[in-house]
Design a protein around this ligand. Structure first.
Ligand SMILES: Nc1ncnc2c1ncn2[C@@H]1O[C@H](COP(=O)(O)OP(=O)(O)O)[C@@H](O)[C@H]1O
Ligand SMILES: [Mg+2]
Length: 251
């Protein structure tokens, strides 16, 4: 089976990476695609939805230091179509420990040992360092969540440069699916001032995700937006975003 591996990346924190990774993975699983959600952020926010990171016996750190295979650390979620590769804070040590030539390719190699998954969704940390590089090196596609704000746009150039270097040097097939506008408050500001700038760097998904309290509450309840607030605007928006993404993937 061909695996579609999606890196959710943006070196700025607070842009909606974790929210998007969680709801994208859940949404794909709900559509009966066998999905793996990988938490490449040592902050372990994604992992925290499914487990207590401090109580994990094994995590991605063990994979990164060669102590475990990826298949050995996976957690089964209540949805039979969704598994999680969890992170712990110790994952941060990998960035410091490992600067050998294989270091960018741990995730790519690990994915190749898996079978049975149709989609892999990788949440990544707010940096352009080794763990994000691992996600981008392993990915077939990248999605860039971003808030429609000035400071968010400021980082786009560096992110575009990193993605281009990854494409040129280690992953020529990496495709940019696009930027996903999250936490949107005003459609007018978006179309007038923000969209023209972001689209200089990346294609932008037509579907946007608006700002709403249900999102933060869903994290506190440790649920996806579909389970926590199925009738919320954001649940519908994430559903429509996935439809648009699947359409893009078929092109
Ligand atoms: N659409 C949204 N509406 C309201 N709050 C949101 C939305 N998306 C994300 N948030 C909140 O913004 C913060 C950052 O989101 P998060 O997904 O953790 O970003 P990142 O992983 O890029 O740091 C979190 O507190 C989250 O609950
Ligand atoms: Mg995050």
């Amino acid at each position: 089976m061909k695996i579609t591996a999606i890196a959710v990346a943006n070196q700025k924190g607070g842009e909606g990476k974790t929210t998007t990774a969680i709801n994208l993975a859940y949404g794909l699983a709900r559509r009966k695609h066998m999905t793996l959600l990988v938490d490449l952020d040592p902050q372990a926010n994604t992992t925290g939805i499914f487990a207590h990171p401090d109580q994990l016996e094994k995590s991605l750190y063990d994979v990164f230091v060669g102590r475990a295979r990826l298949s050995e650390i996976l957690l089964q979620t209540p949805d039979p179509m969704l598994k999680v590769a969890p992170a712990r804070i110790s994952l941060a040590e990998f960035e410091a420990l490992h600067n050998n030539v294989d270091a960018p390719f741990v995730m790519r190699d690990a994915i190749q040992t898996l079978s049975g998954f149709e989609f892999i969704v990788m949440d990544s940390p707010p940096s352009l360092a080794l763990l994000t590089i691992n996600a981008l090196a392993a990915a077939t596609h990248v999605i860039i969540p971003t808030q429609p704000e000035k400071f968010s746009i400021d980082g786009m150039k560096a992110l575009q440069a990193t993605i281009n270097s990854i494409k040129n040097r280690i992953n020529p097939n990496l495709q940019i699916l696009g930027a996903l506008i999250t936490q949107m408050k005003s459609k007018t500001v978006l179309t007038k001032t923000i969209l023209p700038v972001i689209s200089q760097f990346f294609p932008v998904f037509d579907q946007t995700v608006s700002d709403g309290v249900a999102v933060g509450e869903s994290h506190l309840a440790r649920k996806s937006i579909y389970e926590y607030a199925p009738d919320s605007k954001q649940a519908k928006e994430y559903t429509d975003f996935i439809t648009e993404m699947l359409r893009e993937l078929k092109k």
